[in-house]
Structure formats: structure tokens, C-alpha cells
Design a protein around this ligand. Structure first.
Ligand code: 1GP
Length: 240
């Protein structure tokens, strides 16, 4: 498998540039032992608040990546760029429309050696991202499987992101999806607010993303780092 900067990431903290975080909290997040900090949000992400957050994170050694959800907020200086494609929406602008518009303007200037696509499958209908993109978030196992074949085998995306933002997902479904991957790296995010949930997600997803709890309960957020790092990923072979 091709090795990317993110190939070894097990635990990631996701920070929203629109939300306030004190220097002390940011220090704790960046020094927590997490494998990376991912900057992104569904709304209110601007060039200014992204630059501001990046420059604060840059005081630390932790790798720092940006999810480029709008061209206006594409800030240079990150270690990696993820361009989200939402796979479970009927609205083409979120699959290849907005991205092509961005390529039209910025294609030659994009740092391609550190940029990759991220295939999102949004599975919480209440998530802001689901509302924004019109995603059909109530997919059953067969539909999720179809999306995995599409993302992993047909499109050969390097990352598939099962996004339950705001609620803890169905780990049986995530496990089922994970086993269908042949080359993509599975990111799971949503509702992890304690070590037990972090462990459950780490068993079935290669990369576990922790977001909201950072702003609600910093200590609980920090506890997820060790929980993930101490949990072996259950592979298809060992769990069948
Ligand atoms: C959000 O997947 C991440 O994009 C994390 O979800 O905020 O619910 O932790 P939470």
C-alpha cells in the first residue's frame, strides 16, 4: 500500500476554526500524544480563522492537516490537505462540482504531493454536514457496503471517512464497512466523548477522529488518546 503522511495515524483531534479554544487547551491537545490535528468545520470556516488556528498549532510539532471545504479557506502551510467528496448525496456539487471549480482556479498551485481526496459517507442525519450537503444519511448495511465498493475499489480513494459527527455510530456497521476495504484507510468520527467509546471505535477503524468533546470536556477528550493507542485494530481475519 502507498504510504502517506497519514498512513500511521490512529488518533486525530479535529479542531473547528470557528470555535474558541484557550491557549492552555490547545497546548494540552497538541501535546497529548495524538497523531495529528485536523482543522475543519462544516460552516463558518474562513481564511482568517484558519490562518489563526494554524499558526497557533504550528508552535507544536504535531502534524497538522486541513480539510479544504471551501476554496476561500485554503490556507498554505499545512502538512497535508484533504479534499472531501461526499459520496452519499444526490447533489453533484458536493461530489465533484465545488472541487472542480476549485481546480479550475487553483489546479496548478495545489501542493499535489501533500493533497488527497477523502471520501465522506455521512451517517448522522442530524449532523450539520448532512444538512449542508443533502446527504442521505440513513443508509443500511447493504447501502454502506455499496458505498465502500465505490470509494475503495472503483474510485480507489486513499481515505474513506464514516462521519457520524455529533452522535456515536453503529460500530457493527463500521466494522462491516471496514472489512470491505482493500486499500483505503478508514477514518471514523462521531460522538466519542470518553475512553470506552474511543476504544470501541479504535477496534474497527484505523483512524479515530475526536472533535466536539474537546470543547465540552477537555479531560475526557485527552483520555481518548491513550485509549486509542492501547487498542489493537481488529482485522477482518482476527474477528471473523
Ligand atoms: C467531526 O468526525 C468528527 O467531523 C468528530 O465528530 O465532533 O462528534 O467528535 P465529533
Amino acid at each position: 500500500m502507498h504510504t502517506n503522511l497519514f498512513s500511521s495515524w490512529r488518533h486525530v483531534f479535529k479542531l473547528d476554526p470557528e470555535r474558541e479554544l484557550t491557549d492552555e487547551a490547545l497546548d494540552a491537545i497538541c501535546m497529548s500524544g495524538t497523531d495529528a490535528v485536523l482543522v475543519g468545520g462544516s460552516s463558518g470556516v474562513t481564511y482568517d480563522n484558519t490562518v489563526d488556528l494554524m499558526s497557533r498549532i504550528r508552535r507544536f510539532e504535531v502534524p497538522c492537516a486541513l480539510e479544504v471545504s471551501s476554496l476561500e479557506a485554503a490556507v498554505p502551510g499545512f502538512d497535508w490537505y484533504f479534499v472531501p467528496l461526499v459520496l452519499n448525496t444526490p447533489r453533484g456539487e458536493w461530489i465533484a462540482g465545488n472541487q472542480i471549480e476549485a481546480m479550475r482556479k487553483m489546479g496548478p498551485f495545489i501542493p499535489w504531493e501533500c493533497t488527497s481526496a477523502e471520501g465522506y459517507i455521512i451517517l448522522n442525519p442530524e449532523a450539520e454536514a448532512a444538512r449542508l450537503t443533502g446527504a442521505d444519511a440513513s443508509l443500511g448495511p447493504d447501502a454502506v457496503a455499496a458505498h465502500m465498493y465505490m470509494a475503495d475499489r472503483l474510485m480507489r480513494l486513499p481515505v474513506v471517512y464514516l462521519e457520524y459527527s455529533g452522535t456515536f455510530g453503529d460500530m457493527a456497521l463500521v466494522s462491516h464497512a471496514s472489512k470491505l476495504l482493500t486499500q483505503a484507510q478508514l477514518f471514523y468520527g462521531g460522538g466519542i466523548d470518553d475512553a470506552a467509546k474511543a476504544r470501541a471505535a479504535a477496534e474497527v477503524a484505523q483512524t479515530v477522529v475526536v472533535g466536539n468533546v474537546i470543547y465540552d470536556d477537555l479531560e475526557a477528550a485527552l483520555s481518548t488518546v491513550q485509549a486509542v493507542h492501547q487498542t489493537p485494530l481488529r482485522t477482518a481475519a482476527s474477528s471473523s
